[in-house]
Ligand binder design. Structure first.
Ligand code: IMP
Ligand code: MG
Length: 179
């Protein structure tokens, strides 16, 4: 385990098994349709690529980037689009792929935005969800794991740009983000 972690919350094996389950459900739900997978940079990248390979059917890849925590472990409650999708959204079946839903503020803004652009459908897949922290309601269609209110890193998730390449998900020691 990385020395900055307090504990491992989800192992590689647990994550892999759950992603396969989500992929199978998505495959069945979208049978006969083409999915435009929209990954939210950068945290969702690891989940996105594993989930895409667990889906048996046609998918397109696109990415967008929103304002995030930066070097703070607290959400600003303010959402800014830094990089928009390249694709035409109109008529598409969109699957937003997010790493974690915390306050819900980011997705609360994004879902209606893509609907307003004329998407045929917009659904949401997230690897993690922290229900105890929710400030606004966000309907999640595919949720990997509900986790307690702790700051987690690994498998794409970062603190100040670090730890994204850990293959598992762990709870960051409080002393790392409070000093
Ligand atoms: P929300 O808008 O508060 O739901 O924030 C979602 C975003 O906050 C995620 O996409 C992450 O980038 C970031 N975030 C929230 N909780 C954590 C965490 O525990 N570890 C790392 N990033 C987090
Ligand atoms: Mg993020």
């Amino acid at each position: 385990m990385h020395k900055d972690l307090q504990e491992i919350l989800l192992t590689e094996e647990q994550i892999h098994a759950r992603v396969q389950e989500l992929g199978a459900r998505i495959t069945a739900d979208y049978a006969g349709k083409k999915i435009l997978m929209c990954g939210i940079l950068k945290g969702a990248v690891t989940f996105f690529t594993d989930l895409a390979r667990a889906i048996d059917g046609p998918v397109l890849f696109d990415f967008m980037s929103c304002s995030s925590y930066g070097a703070s472990a607290q959400s600003s409650g303010f959402v800014k689009i830094r990089k928009d999708l390249d694709s035409e959204v109109k008529g598409q079946d969109i699957l937003i792929v997010e790493d974690i839903i915390d306050t819900g503020v980011t997705l609360h803004k994004l879902v209606p935005l893509l609907e307003d652009r004329g998407a045929h459908s917009v659904k949401l897949a997230t690897l993690l969800s922290k229900p105890a922290r929710r400030k606004v309601d966000v309907p999640v269609d595919y949720n990997g794991f509900e986790i307690p209110d702790a700051f987690v890193v690994g498998y794409g998730l970062d603190y100040d740009g670090r730890y994204r390449n850990l293959p598992y998900i762990g709870v960051l020691k409080e002393e790392i983000y409070t000093k």
